[in-house]
Design a protein around this ligand. Structure first.
Ligand SMILES: [Fe+2]
Length: 344
C-alpha cells in the first residue's frame, strides 16, 4: 500500500511541477530530484532539446551537487547523443534510460545506482516507465506553450509597430526598457513572471490610443478639456483590446493603472501609494525615463543628470519613492550608463 501511495505522490508532484513551473530549467530540476529520490539513485541526468533557443538544457544531480548546462549539442556526452539518436529505453541492473518521445524526441533521462548497490527491481522499472511517459506529455505541453507564446509575442510586436506609426508620441524604446525592467525587477525582487508581465505591459500600455482620433494624438497645441477626457480613456480601452488573451491577463492591472500618480491625483481610478499595482508604479517611472532620455516629437531629450534630478523632485508626488530609488541605483552602474549611451 505504501508503495502505491509513493507512486501517486510522484505523479502528483510531476503534475504540480508542470502546472506551476514558469521556466523549463526549473521544471527539469524538480523532475530530476523526483527521479533521484524516488528511485534512490546516486545520479540523475535529464536532457531536453529544442526548448531553449540554444538547443539543449542538461541537468545533472550527483551526490549532493546540481549542475545545469545550456547550449548546443556540444554540452552532451557521446553517450547522451546516442541515447537521443537511438530513441529506445535501456533497462540494466544499475541503470535506467528513457528517451522522452511525443511524436518527436524531446529529451531523455537516465538514472544510475553504483554497481555495488541494489539492482533496480521489476516494479521499479515499471514505475520508471510510467513516470517517463507522464514527463514526455509534460515536455510536449511545455513546447506547445512556448510555441503559442512565441506566436502571441510576434502578434504583439506587429501590433506595436502599427501603434508606433499611428501614435508616434507613445513610441517606447523596447530594447532599453526591457533591460531596465529586468534590472529594476531584480533590484525589487520581482519574480520572472512579474518581469514578463511588465515587458508585455510596456509594449501595450498605450494600445488603447489606437481607438482615438489621430488629430487629437498629433495635436501640438494644448488639449481642450473634452480632448483630455478622451485621452484619459486610453488605459481602459487598451484593456478592452487584450482582455481575452490569457497570456496577457497579468498585464491588465498594470496597463489599466499606468497613469495613476503616487499622490492619488492620476487616472482612471485616482489610486494612491500601494493601492496602485507595483507593475504600474514601475512602468510609470520607466516610461517617464524613456520619454526624457530619448525625447519625444514634442519634447527634447535630456541628459542623465537632469533626469535624475527630475525624478528626485517627483518622488512621492508622481512616482513611488522605492521605484525611483531602485532606478537611481541602477543608473549609477557604469555598465548601464554605457549601454544607454550606446543608443544615442
Ligand atoms: Fe498612457
Amino acid at each position: 500500500m505504501k508503495k502505491y501511495k509513493t507512486i501517486f505522490s510522484i505523479f502528483h508532484t510531476i503534475y504540480r511541477l508542470t502546472t506551476t513551473s514558469d521556466d523549463i530549467a526549473n521544471f527539469m530540476i524538480g523532475v530530476c530530484r523526483v527521479y533521484k529520490s524516488a528511485f534512490k539513485a546516486d545520479k540523475a541526468v535529464m536532457v531536453c532539446k529544442n526548448i531553449n533557443p540554444n538547443g539543449f538544457i542538461k541537468i545533472r544531480l550527483e551526490d549532493k551537487k546540481q549542475y545545469i548546462k545550456k547550449g548546443g549539442i556540444s554540452i552532451l556526452t557521446r553517450r547522451e547523443r546516442d541515447i537521443l539518436k537511438q530513441e529506445k529505453e535501456i533497462f540494466l541492473d544499475n541503470r535506467l534510460v528513457y528517451p522522452f518521445i511525443f511524436s518527436d524526441t524531446l529529451g531523455a533521462i537516465y538514472i544510475k545506482r553504483r554497481p555495488q548497490g541494489t539492482a533496480f527491481s521489476e516494479l521499479e522499472r515499471r514505475w520508471f516507465l510510467a513516470i517517463c511517459e507522464e514527463v514526455s506529455v509534460s515536455l510536449k505541453i511545455f513546447g506547445l506553450y512556448r510555441e503559442s507564446k512565441r506566436t502571441m509575442i510576434s502578434y504583439i510586436k506587429s501590433f506595436t509597430k502599427l501603434l508606433d506609426q499611428y501614435v508616434p508620441t507613445s513610441y517606447i524604446h523596447t530594447k532599453s526598457i526591457f533591460r531596465l525592467i529586468r534590472a529594476v525587477g531584480k533590484e525589487m525582487n520581482l519574480s520572472q513572471a512579474e518581469v514578463k508581465s511588465l515587458e508585455y505591459a510596456s509594449l501595450l500600455h498605450d494600445a488603447g490610443k489606437i481607438q482615438l482620433p489621430s488629430k487629437i494624438l498629433k495635436k501640438q497645441k494644448p488639449l481642450t478639456d473634452e480632448e483630455y477626457r478622451l485621452i484619459m480613456k486610453h488605459p481602459k480601452r487598451g484593456v478592452e483590446l487584450i482582455k481575452d488573451l490569457e497570456i496577457l491577463k497579468p498585464a491588465i492591472p498594470i496597463i489599466l493603472h499606468h497613469h495613476e500618480r503616487y499622490d492619488g491625483s492620476g487616472y482612471p481610478s485616482r489610486l494612491k501609494k500601494e493601492e496602485i499595482p507595483l507593475g504600474s508604479r514601475i512602468l510609470s517611472v520607466l516610461d517617464a525615463f524613456d520619454a526624457m532620455f530619448f525625447g519625444r516629437p514634442y519634447r527634447k531629450r535630456r541628459f542623465l543628470e537632469e533626469i535624475e534630478d527630475e525624478f528626485r523632485r517627483q518622488i512621492g508626488t508622481q512616482f513611488d519613492p522605492k521605484v525611483v530609488v531602485a532606478l537611481l541605483k541602477i543608473l549609477k552602474r557604469k555598465g548601464i550608463r554605457k549601454y544607454l549611451q550606446s543608443f544615442l
